[in-house]
Design a binder for this molecule. Structure first.
Ligand SMILES: Nc1ncnc2c1ncn2[C@@H]1O[C@H](COP(=O)(O)OP(=O)(O)O)[C@@H](O)[C@H]1O
Ligand SMILES: [Mg+2]
Length: 256
């Protein structure tokens, strides 16, 4: 592992039937950093997330998380190592209660299922109690505790975003990858989300987030990665990136 990099992505590529959605992308994210990933639609940001978090195998390259090589591990093994992501499209279950959504997110538990319940009923009961307490603590933190018994379908768009963050935190992440956490969120809630991200960073969580609101991302991120047409075209502080002619051409210019 290089230096104190928590995430180390080396020459990662992903192709879909000959089309390179991500090509030769390398970067590291040190612990406790808030890194932003920007780029026009179709640049390959979500695909990069999918590959980095082991939802999709890469076509080439290597990924290390906390010194462990990820890309050779089985699919879906990232959360167990502390690398957790949220999705661009909400995955909240509308017909479950808010609390059930939280418990459903919890990692594979000891004594799960009937056999476990028969063999170690007390352990299962204790674990369930701990998970519920953890879920309620997180719901309180996000001021959703009063909604715990409501169907998640009754939440506002903004509250859903908060529930997604809360659910990701059930997995005890060291690093959170957020795919457009502020999309479709009103300005007041954006500020709230931003405060939560800063507070969670102060509690030790490292972030990589995809975001379209350039002002937001420039304010919150220590560091910005820019993708265009599958490639990483810039990697620097918000000020460096803002002035980079390639970024202005590929992205900022187009959106202004
Ligand atoms: N499963 C897939 N199969 C084929 N093409 C895909 C798939 N996922 C993404 N792509 C293509 O890869 C490119 C990058 O997409 P994506 O990673 O979603 O971009 P972004 O998140 O930056 O908007 C797009 O051209 C998209 O159509
Ligand atoms: Mg995307």
């Amino acid at each position: 592992m290089t230096g104190e990099a928590l995430l180390d992505v080396r020459a990662v590529s992903r192709q879909f039937e000959g089309f390179w959605a991500v090509r030769g992308v390398s970067f590291t994210v040190p612990q406790h950093q808030i890194a932003g990933l920007i780029g026009p639609n179709g640049a390959g940001k979500t695909t990069l997330f999918n590959v980095v978090t082991r939802y999709l195998p890469p076509s080439g390259g290597e990924i290390y998380f906390a010194g462990t090589r990820l890309d050779t591990l089985p699919t879906y093994s990232a959360p167990g190592l502390g690398l957790v992501r949220t999705f661009q499209i909400s995955r909240v279950f509308s017909r479950m209660t808010v609390l059930e959504n939280m418990l459903f997110a919890a990692p594979g538990q000891v004594g799960e299922g009937l056999l476990g319940a028969l063999l170690a009923p007390r352990r299962v009961a204790r674990q369930e109690k701990e998970l519920r307490e953890r879920a309620m603590d997180l719901l309180r933190y996000f001021r959703l505790d009063h909604m715990a018994q409501n169907y998640a379908g009754a939440l506002s768009g903004g509250q859903r975003k908060l529930l997604e963050m809360a659910r990701a935190l059930m997995l005890n992440p060291r690093m959170l990858l957020l795919d457009e956490p502020m999309a479709g969120v009103n300005p007041a809630l954006k500020e709230q989300l931003l405060d939560y991200i800063l507070d969670l960073r102060s509690k030790g969580i490292t972030f990589l987030l995809i975001e379209h609101d350039i002002d937001m991302i420039m304010r919150i991120c220590d560091r910005i990665l820019v993708m265009a047409q599958g490639e990483l075209i810039a990697d620097g502080t918000p000020d460096q990136v803002r002035r980079d002619p390639r970024v202005i051409d590929a992205y900022l210019g187009a959106s202004q």
